[in-house]
Design a protein around this ligand. Structure first.
Ligand SMILES: CC(C)(COP(=O)(O)OP(=O)(O)OC[C@H]1O[C@@H](n2cnc3c(N)ncnc32)[C@H](O)[C@@H]1OP(=O)(O)O)[C@@H](O)C(=O)NCCC(=O)NCCS
Length: 183
């Protein structure tokens, strides 16, 4: 079992792997055209010539990169593929001298094994502008934000295309929480 950088013909396999886990919201769905466009972000895990795992590193800039689309084929879970995949992505982040690696997950215990710690999504405005604002779960996110390294002190994406400033996300979440608590 080994990792390697993905090549264009791998996009179809990556698409199938991600599809295993996107129907229930575990992973964000990725379309095939989007995967062709971003295939160079991906690392795959190969076992006897078969692609059994994939994961990507999305670069925002020297301040931040995001681990995303982590998937190991259901038949190969628990055999160490996830570990070598994350190690390979972290090695790439180090090669690029990125200060902070972030991710959003429902399995924080898995990523804690690799030195990730809990954070808030407001610590990573770039992620909010890139994905969260387009997500139907913007105000009901059940994923844990995690980081490894220095929290970003800057952002490169702006609020120009969104109607809802970040500060309101926090305020609305608080209001929703109060409503729920009151019943
Ligand atoms: C999470 C996932 C990538 C793990 O891959 P895997 O190949 O089964 O993991 P490994 O066999 O390499 O396990 C490495 C370690 O992680 C632990 N681990 C595996 N899955 C875990 C989980 N869900 N929660 C906590 N720890 C987990 C293992 O016990 C092992 O620990 P050890 O080395 O101390 O024995 C895989 O289960 C998967 O594809 N899940 C569905 C998609 C998903 O949830 N992706 C992440 C979204 S952010």
């Amino acid at each position: 079992m080994h990792t390697r950088n993905a090549k264009l013909p791998d996009a179809q396999h990556i698409h199938t792997l991600i599809k295993n886990y996107s129907h229930d919201g575990t992973l964000l769905p990725r379309s095939l055209p989007e995967l062709y466009e971003n295939v160079r972000d991906f690392v795959v895990v190969e076992d006897e010539g078969k692609i059994i795992g994939c994961g990507a590193l999305h670069m925002y800039g020297p301040h931040l990169t995001e681990v995303r689309s982590i998937a190991v084929s259901p038949a190969y879970k628990g055999k160490g593929a996830g570990r070598i995949l994350i190690d390979a992505l972290l090695a790439q982040a180090e090669e690029h001298d990125v200060k902070c690696v972030c991710l959003f997950t429902r399995i924080p215990d898995f990523f804690a094994l690799f030195g990730f710690r809990a954070a808030t999504r407001e610590d990573m405005p770039d992620k909010i502008y890139k994905d969260c604002v387009n997500c139907p779960r913007l105000h009901a996110c059940d994923e844990v934000a995690m980081v490894r390294g220095e929290l970003p002190k800057m952002a490169v994406l702006g609020a120009s295309n969104i109607q809802l400033p970040i500060i309101d996300v926090k305020m609305i979440e608080k209001q929703m929480y109060r409503k729920t608590a009151r019943g």
